[in-house]
Design a protein. Structure first.
Length: 387
């Protein structure tokens, strides 16, 4: 079977790339091991989607079909240091409608999936698992577990942080484990959150409260492994009390809506997100600390950048040519490097084993809070990818 493009992995990044190429002349195959499953109740895995990526998802026909009752705009954000520092962001002050939208991962995944199932230029292979990959001057060849062989001008690795495609191509990966886990859960609150996201840099990790519809919030508590394991194992009432105390009871009493889950955190840099006839997107290309909420935003921008290169290609142009892949790598280098370096530095700066830095880091928050031009410039970069 011959294709112009084979995407391995139909997660958020891979599925959004396929959807973004709906109007192109390209013949696409999308390989996925299993279809998405709707969780019972609310999904504890949520993302803060930037306005730039809301625009991207709208252009590819996804955002406008999401259930609006499950979407929450963020109008304000309050960041608290560990020694009196504070930094506030306001959409209104920056001339924006909102800073971000909080959306369940599974909600976006299922809507993307419904769209690509009907896509005329796409062959969806699920369940399917690749077992071998070879590349020559003219094409990449994938063999699937069921014996099918696919030939393509370009293979896109969208198969996650433990990317099989990346491993097959021998792409270099630099990994720094944080020895931390992110603990996620959803809660109902006694007091209204007023569409405000909060973040606390604490001795026991970094805690974020993200507003959900109605009287609910979702949390991400990035904590050292031992503390994270302890949090995830707490009975519901004890976890609610612990989370409420950590946030200074700002929203009153909390009631657990979805059980806590924990996942390991690490920084993963891929110096070159391409190989001969292969491009990496999403978690296959990078991993960052969740304190900035930019993980999937980077993945969507990977998909957008690659689609903008591939979509307009004339029939005579090779989608897997080295010059095109080099252009993609350059296009994604700055934002990825900046966000990885920034989140890594913040994580290190607020480590509790750096008590001498406490006054410096909290002074930095307070100074930034008193400089509206700098503060608003940071917001503009976060929401649009440029100042």
């Amino acid at each position: 079977m011959k294709f112009d493009l084979v995407i391995v992995g139909a997660g958020l990044a891979g599925a959004s790339l396929a959807a973004a190429l709906r109007a192109s002349r390209l013949k696409i195959a999308l390989i996925e091991s299993r279809p998405p499953v709707a969780p019972q109740g609310w999904d504890p895995r949520v993302y803060a989607i930037s306005p730039a990526n809301v625009d991207f998802l709208t252009r590819i026909g996804t955002w406008q079909h999401l259930d609006s009752a499950r979407l929450t705009p963020v109008y304000d954000m309050a960041i608290h240091g560990d020694a009196g520092g504070r930094l506030d962001f306001s959409a209104y002050d920056c001339g924006l409608r909102e800073l971000a939208w909080i959306v369940e991962s599974s909600l976006m995944q299922r809507e993307l999936w419904e769209g690509i199932k009907r896509q005329h230029n796409l062959t969806l292979m699920c369940p399917a698992q690749p077992v071998s990959l070879s590349v020559d001057d003219d094409a990449a060849t994938l063999t699937l577990e069921d014996g099918k062989t696919l030939s393509a001008a370009l293979v896109v690795a969208a198969d996650g942080a433990r990317s099989w495609v990346r491993e097959q191509m021998g792409v270099t990966v630099d990994t720094t484990p944080y020895n931390e886990k992110g603990v996620v859960a959803n809660f109902r609150c006694e007091k209204p959150h007023r569409n405000t996201a909060c973040q606390w840099f604490r001795d026991d990790g970094i805690l974020a409260w993200l507003p959900l519809p109605g009287d609910m919030i979702s949390i991400v508590w990035s904590a050292p492994d031992a503390i994270a394991d302890e949090l995830a194992a707490l009975p519901p009432e004890a976890l609610c009390q612990r989370v409420a105390e950590a946030g200074g009871h700002a929203l009153g009493a909390l009631t657990l809506e979805t059980p806590a889950a924990a996942f390991p955190l690490r920084l993963m840099r891929v110096p070159q997100p391409t190989a001969p006839r292969v491009a990496l997107i999403g978690d296959a290309a990078h991993a960052i600390h969740p304190l900035s909420g930019h993980g999937i935003n980077l993945g969507y921008q990977d998909a957008k950048a690659l689609a903008e290169l591939l979509g307009p290609l004339p029939a005579w142009r090779d989608p897997g040519e080295a010059a095109l892949l080099a252009t993609y790598a350059r296009a994604r280098a700055e934002e990825t490097r900046l966000l990885q370096s920034t989140t890594h530095a913040l994580n290190r700066l607020f480590k509790p084993d750096n008590p001498l830095l406490a006054s410096v880091r909290n002074l930095g928050l307070n100074l930034t809070n008193q400089l509206p031009v700098l503060r608003n410039a940071l917001v503009r970069y976060a929401v649009s990818g440029h100042f």
